[in-house]
Design a protein around this ligand. Structure first.
Ligand SMILES: [Zn+2]
Length: 222
């Protein structure tokens, strides 16, 4: 009760806004974090095809990385909006839930982020998404990677520069016996050329993983 009062007071002071268009949310949509217009729009712009990327067995994305989706991910990564991770995880879980039986995923993991970025943000955005997706899908989540050196932002780099940027920058931190024979789902925010997820998938497969799938919030348009 005390929590509800406090929540109500905070909502009055700072009315919750839609994660995508950033307009104040009608009361009945506050739980979802998305306004009805955006919810409809997102359904229309869902990416239904499955993409390809080296060392992976399929890339699933929810939305095109443009417009309000792009602005939303920007607020999530650089504007302190860590609560978007739950909203994205809901969307991502819906994207993949129909294929779960066929994919037979053993555990969910995520692409590692530079430590300096996590310190600056105060949260690991990739880990949050993976954790909520695992919770939604009722699958285990496992931290598998760490950055052994800082990488440059991928934005603006050519595909070959992206590969060079990530090569040797990620190492496996979990034991091979936890990976051996299991199918893995790697989650991330944006899929561009897939340089980072491809490197993660390569490491998982060299440790004996079965199939490796990728699921992202958004995908850049070619
Ligand atoms: Zn909206």
């Amino acid at each position: 009760m005390r929590f509800d009062l406090w929540r109500g007071f905070l909502d009055l002071l700072f009315p919750p806004k839609c994660a995508f268009c950033h307009k104040i949310l009608p009361k009945d949509c506050r739980k979802d974090g998305i306004c009805p217009e955006c919810m409809e729009g997102l359904k229309k712009t869902e990416i239904t095809s499955v993409g390809k990327c080296e060392f992976t067995d399929g890339v699933y994305s929810c939305q095109a990385y443009s417009g309000n989706v792009r602005k939303s991910i920007h607020r999530f990564k650089f504007g302190g909006r860590q609560e978007y991770s739950r909203i994205y995880a809901d969307m991502m879980a819906k994207r993949i839930i129909g294929s779960l039986g066929r994919l037979d995923i053993g555990f969910v993991t995520y692409v590692p982020t530079n430590k300096s970025h996590i310190r600056k943000r105060g949260y690991d955005h990739g880990m949050l998404i993976a954790r909520y997706i695992a919770e939604k899908l009722d699958i285990a989540e496992m931290e598998c990677f760490r950055k052994c050196r800082e990488t440059k932002p991928m934005y603006g780099l050519t595909p070959s520069q992206r590969r060079a940027n990530i090569l040797g920058a990620i190492s496996l931190t979990c034991k091979k016996e936890h990976i051996m024979g299991k199918n893995v789902l790697i989650t991330d925010d944006i899929f561009t050329t897939g340089a980072s997820v491809s490197e993660c998938a390569r490491l998982l497969k060299s440790a004996g993983a079965g199939r490796v799938y990728v699921l992202t919030v958004a995908k850049t348009e070619k």
